[in-house]
Design a protein around this ligand. Structure first.
Ligand code: ATP
Length: 314
């Protein structure tokens, strides 16, 4: 086929623990990542000229080499120059539904979709592992976005252990339209404030990873204990972001006062989410928080957990 449409789901962090520093300058992390069915649609099409074109009507999404989807296509075209020449270039159209710069891995999931789509369109026959290794060159969240579902992510976030699917949970998400939090700032500030707690590789990062792997949230997921999952949500970056952004703290408090299983900021924010056990409850939480906050700058979404990552759109 000369064209493919792919569904690219967003992710939320159910758990994010910063373990220590890595020799490459990144942080060593232990995260539980979850795909949700708030998703972009990505169309890829072979075109007659040997170039990469990105189209997206969202003003904050760069239509050029700054786009992670472009970089995914460029990476594969360099790996397989003969095939790139034979198919004569690619046009990528991004239909954005995931809020941009939200801590929901929007760019990463678009890049993941391009890798999966080009593997199919160019009949490369790459394994998921091979696609994830390529994806890790583009960003730490890209490998997870390819396989999706529920997973424990360690290293920079690129080392994945699949976890059992979590069923029967609904997510209410909220984000201020024009608020963004710099991810590098959040990690840098965390290092400044909490660097003294860091575990070095020699003194036990492996045991920290194992502690999370055999710890309560992974156990709650394995036992399908949804109310426990809600109680065990955790994100170290909240310690940095919430004191600096009172709006996000207030939003989180508004969710916390509702009848929910748990609430948390996703990634480095600014999106805050809450978990509920039914669609009806999610809708009533959304209505209540919307009414309490009464702010036209605040956008809301309701989603469910998604059992997979990139999928072909039918
Ligand atoms: P993460 O959770 O991985 O930190 P994010 O969800 O916070 O990511 P993105 O939506 O990926 O953030 O956007 C971060 C920046 O990347 C934005 O400033 C945006 O301009 C740029 N960007 C590049 N490519 C894309 C893309 N395909 N979709 C969205 N943003 C993109």
């Amino acid at each position: 086929m000369r064209s493919y449409s792919l569904i690219a789901p967003a992710k939320i962090n159910l758990y994010l623990e910063i373990i220590g520093d890595r020799p490459d300058g990144y942080h060593e992390l232990a995260m539980v990542l979850q795909s949700i069915n708030l998703a972009d649609k990505i169309d890829i099409r072979a075109i007659g000229i040997e170039t990469i074109i990105v189209k997206c009507d969202h003003p904050q999404v760069p239509p050029d080499a700054g786009n992670l989807a472009y970089r995914a296509a460029s990476l594969l075209s360099k790996q397989f120059p003969d095939i790139f020449a034979r198919y004569g270039g690619i046009e990528i159209t991004i239909h954005k539904h995931i809020p941009v710069a939200a801590g929901l891995a929007g760019g990463s999931t678009n890049a993941a979709a391009v890798l999966v789509g080009l593997d199919l369109m160019w009949e490369l026959g790459l394994t998921q592992r091979e696609l994830q290794e390529l994806g890790a060159q583009l960003g730490s969240d890209v490998p997870f976005c390819i396989s999706g579902g529920t997973a424990l992510a360690t290293g920079r976030g690129e080392i994945l252990s699949p976890l059992p699917n979590v069923e029967g949970l609904y997510v209410v998400l909220a984000k201020y339209k024009n608020l963004s939090v710099s991810t590098p700032w959040a990690y840098r500030t965390y290092r400044q404030e909490f660097g003294h707690t860091y575990v070095s590789e020699s003194s036990g990062q492996e045991s920290s990873r194992e502690r999370v792997h055999s710890g309560p949230i992974v156990s709650a997921i394995a036992h399908h204990n949804n109310s426990e999952i809600g109680k065990l949500l955790h994100n170290d970056l909240e310690k940095i972001v919430l004191p600096e952004y009172p709006q996000i703290l207030k939003l989180r408090e508004a969710f916390a006062s509702q009848n929910i299983l748990g609430t948390m900021m996703s990634g480095s924010g600014p999106t805050v989410f809450a978990l509920t056990e039914s669609q009806a409850q999610a809708e009533s939480v959304q209505a209540a928080v919307k009414a309490t906050m009464a702010d036209p700058e605040l956008d809301f979404w309701i989603a469910t957990f998604n059992p997979n990552g990139i999928a072909i759109a039918h």
